[in-house]
Design a protein around this ligand. Structure first.
Ligand SMILES: *Cc1c(COP(=O)(O)O)cnc(C)c1O
Length: 424
């Protein structure tokens, strides 16, 4: 028996105690067949409960009008509070450190207003080279906002020549070398391109030992890898909910602010009424009295319709248990790697998995030497939904809540058939 035998994948599925959650998602059907969906790192699939929860809010709006703020089944006034407990478990924070609000890039800017405060000699930002474009724009524009030239004040750490992932010791060396000039380090906790997971705990401690404020962009981390933001003493973090947290296109995002920064009057902040003390908010006093938690950074009342799907997804995370999901995720991704390695040998193909084996979450990024877009287009025609990055990288993330081992096998068979008939 080899890894592409159906009995092999079926055996793995039959032993998988989380397999039952697949039926709680809508799996897209293309050309009459369920897709082999590997883009949960880009847009997670729709939990079936999302429709029910959204419909309930529509019904309550219909029934109550403005009174829904108090009388809806889940009152809209404190609506954002319904997420804090379960989300805090996913990111390893305390509920009072975690807030659902706005969008990722918006939140990054708001957090940097508070946590990127260049002063004296300490003016630089350390980040990863070729960060996700939105992060690059955000960081450069924050620097310019402070009158600083990005080409001089952005320290970017990239892979070594001819390599794809970052040596984390290179980040530590840069921190040692430029530590007293760096105001803030902000890096993707899981790199969107290679899937590399950063050693967030030790890098945070290392940077903080140099007096640097540390923020993590967890767009590809939240709901994917285990995080302990509170215990790691991370200053702040932000993420979106439409990738691994399955809350729909452009879903409301989330942020974390460590409790030691709560209630600190010397930290500047852009403010709005939803950050104001709940007791006196509707007395509309002239002066802002911050909620003594991360909620002080909230601006507006909750976009309830946009947030409803997040409840559906968090219900499933809660039931499955994040630790169990991660355990399955490691097996699924290891199986994907085994399948790819088997096919590479069988078909004498040259693939390179550029995701470091010991530093990864769900995603594998695959460089397919000698093959270009036609291979990817063929996969798409066969119902494999993956992600293509020029010139020849395929990103795939089997997701433990809804992908099966059989999904991985079926993809492998399609790839093998193609490579056997189309030589590079
Ligand atoms: C997905 C992603 C974004 C997207 O930003 P939005 O504000 O949600 O549009 C930003 N940064 C990283 C690292 C991402 O992976």
């Amino acid at each position: 028996m080899n890894v592409l035998d159906k009995t092999y994948s079926q055996e793995l599925d039959s032993k998988d105690s989380l397999a039952k959650y697949r039926k709680d998602f809508h799996i897209p059907v293309f050309s009459g067949k369920q897709a082999l969906y590997f883009t949960g790192n880009s847009l997670g699939l729709m939990p079936k409960l999302a429709e029910k929860y959204m419909t309930e809010e529509l019904e309550d709006w219909k029934k109550w009008g403005v009174e829904g703020h108090v009388h809806a089944r889940r009152p809209w006034m404190p609506y954002h509070e319904f997420f804090s407990e379960s989300l805090a478990k996913i990111v390893g924070g305390k509920p009072e450190e975690v807030v659902v609000m706005g969008s990722l890039t918006n939140n990054l800017h708001l957090l940097m207003v508070s946590f990127f405060r260049p002063k004296g000699k300490r003016t630089k930002i350390l980040c990863e080279a070729k960060a996700f474009p939105s992060d690059q724009y955000a960081l450069a524009s924050q620097l310019r906002f402070h009158g600083l030239e990005p080409s001089e004040h952005l320290i970017e750490i990239g892979p070594r020549h001819g390599e794809h992932h970052i040596h984390q010791e290179d980040i530590r060396s840069a921190l040692d070398q430029y530590g007293d000039q760096i105001a803030m380090m902000m890096i993707g906790g899981v790199n969107y391109y290679t899937g590399q997971v950063m050693d967030m705990k030790n890098l945070t401690a290392h940077a903080q030992s140099k007096g640097i404020i540390v923020g993590w962009d967890l767009a590809h981390g939240a709901g994917n890898v285990e995080l302990q933001l509170h215990d790691w003493n991370v200053d702040f973090a932000a993420w979106c909910h439409y990738k691994y947290i399955n809350s729909g296109p452009g879903a409301t995002a989330g942020y974390f602010i460590h409790e030691r920064h709560h209630g600190q009057s010397e930290i500047p902040r852009f403010e709005g009424w939803w950050g104001h003390d709940k007791e006196t908010r509707f007395e509309m006093p002239d002066t802002f009295k911050p909620i003594p938690t991360a909620e002080a950074w909230q601006l507006s009342n909750a976009p309830v319709m946009a947030m409803a799907p997040l409840r559906a997804s968090l219900d499933l995370f809660e039931q499955a248990g994040f630790h169990n999901l991660r355990t399955k995720s490691e097996k699924l991704t290891a199986y994907l790697q085994e399948v790819l390695e088997f096919i590479a040998i069988e078909t004498v193909s040259n693939f390179e998995i550029i995701t470091p084996r010991k530093e990864r979450g769900a995603q594998l990024s695959l460089l397919v030497h000698g093959y270009g877009k036609p291979l990817f287009d063929h996969l798409t025609e066969q119902g494999v939904i993956a992600d293509w990055r020029e010139p020849n990288v395929i990103r795939m993330a089997p997701v433990p809540l809804y992908n099966s081992f059989e999904d991985v096998r079926a993809f492998g068979q399609i790839l093998m058939n193609y490579l056997n008939t189309n030589r590079a």
